[in-house]
Design a protein around this ligand. Structure first.
Ligand code: HEC
Length: 144
C-alpha cells in the first residue's frame, strides 16, 4: 500500500467511526425520546397500591358506574321475565305495571331485594345496587 492510499484508508476509517458513533448517540437519544413519547397519559391506581402515592384521589366505590335498567334486565331478569316463566310478571304484558300500581315502586324494590315466591333474592343479580334493581324494574314497567 502506498502512503497516499494508507492515509486515505485511515481517513475513511476515522470518518466511518465518527459516523457510527454519532449514529449510535443519536439513536440512543432518539430511543429515549420515543420511550418518553409512548408513555401512557395516566396510570391506573388501585386503592391500597403503594404506587398510588399519598396524593391519590379517594377510591371510587365498586360498582359506581351503575348499569342501566336495560343492561341489568337483559343480563339477569330476562331469563324469567321475558317469557313469564314460573308465573313471573311477563315483560311487555302489563303485569309488572299492574303490580307497580298495587305495591308501588318501593314495594316492588323491596320484594325484588328479598326475593318473592320462585324469584331468588335480587333476581340473581347479587352485586346489583338498589338503584340498579330499581332501574331494571322501571325498565320493565316502561315496557308494559
Ligand atoms: C329465576 C327467575 C326470575 C328471575 C331471574 C327474576 N325474576 Fe322477578 N320474578 C320471578 C317470579 C317467579 C316472580 C313472581 C313471584 C310471585 O309473585 O310469587 C317475579 C316477580 C318480580 C317482581 C314483582 C314483585 C312483587 O312484589 O310483586 C319484580 C319487581 C321482579 N320480579 C323484578 C325482577 C328483577 C328486577 C329481576 C332481575 C334483576 C328479576 N325479577 C329476575 C322470577 C324471576
Amino acid at each position: 500500500m502506498n502512503k497516499l492510499a494508507a492515509k486515505a484508508a485511515s481517513a475513511l476509517c476515522t470518518l466511518g467511526l465518527s459516523v457510527a458513533l454519532a449514529t449510535s448517540v443519536y439513536a440512543a437519544v432518539d430511543r429515549d425520546a420515543i420511550i418518553d413519547r409512548i408513555q401512557p397519559h395516566g396510570n391506573i391506581c388501585v386503592a391500597g397500591d403503594e404506587t398510588c402515592g399519598t396524593g391519590a384521589p379517594a377510591p371510587v366505590a365498586a360498582g359506581a358506574s351503575a348499569r342501566s335498567g336495560e343492561e341489568v334486565y337483559n343480563r339477569f331478569c330476562a331469563a324469567c321475565h321475558t317469557t313469564g316463566i314460573l308465573d313471573s310478571p311477563k315483560f311487555g304484558s302489563g303485569q309488572m305495571s299492574a303490580r307497580a300500581a298495587e305495591k308501588g315502586l318501593d314495594g316492588l324494590l323491596a320484594t325484588s331485594i328479598s326475593g318473592i315466591g320462585a324469584m331468588p333474592p335480587k333476581g340473581t343479580c347479587n352485586d346489583c345496587s338498589d338503584e340498579e334493581l330499581e332501574a331494571s324494574i322501571q325498565y320493565m314497567i316502561d315496557a308494559d
